[in-house]
Write a protein that binds this ligand. Structure first.
Ligand code: ZN
Length: 153
């Protein structure tokens, strides 16, 4: 039985949505779920956040595969629901699935962190970007892994 890639609940393809990394990681909802669930240890280990969160941002932004999400997790996200349901029923990933630039993801993770823990995480790499929280989403770019590497240095 498939499970939701965000909350890990068992689900069926007929009730799911097949969406892209961009649809998932460019949302505060996803990061709040992640920080409450699988990534909860980050804050426990380092209440100022930062280094480990950046690693997760890079790791999640780099997901090439499509994401399967359940009805509950689909609601706070924005995507074409009819199309995503059809792809899920067919057990297919969206053809445009692929990684996004970590710098575009960072502000959502930072916002979720702040909502949960009350203060901004300390992230040396992305700190300049988190200030620009009104960046236009249309700027979101898909980078090759070597470009990500370069950007992050
Ligand atoms: Zn879910």
């Amino acid at each position: 039985m498939p499970v939701c890639d965000i909350c890990n609940a068992s689900m069926s393809f007929d009730d799911g949505y097949s969406i892209t990394t961009k649809d998932v990681v460019l949302s505060t909802y996803y990061w709040e779920q992640a920080l409450r669930g699988g990534f909860a240890g980050i804050h426990e280990q380092d209440p100022n956040g930062g280094e480990q969160l950046m690693q997760y941002i890079e790791q999640q932004a780099a997901q090439h595969a499509g994401w399967l999400v359940c009805e509950g997790c689909s609601k706070p996200l924005r995507f074409d629901r009819a199309r995503a349901r059809q792809l899920s029923e067919q057990q297919q990933s969206p053809p445009e699935a692929g990684p996004v630039a970590p710098r575009d993801v960072a502000r959502y993770a930072a916002e979720a962190w702040k909502n949960l823990y009350g203060s901004e995480p300390r992230m040396t790499k992305f700190s300049d970007l988190i200030v620009g929280i009104d960046r236009d989403l249309k700027d979101v770019s898909v980078l090759r892994p070597d470009e990500c590497e370069r950007e992050n240095k």
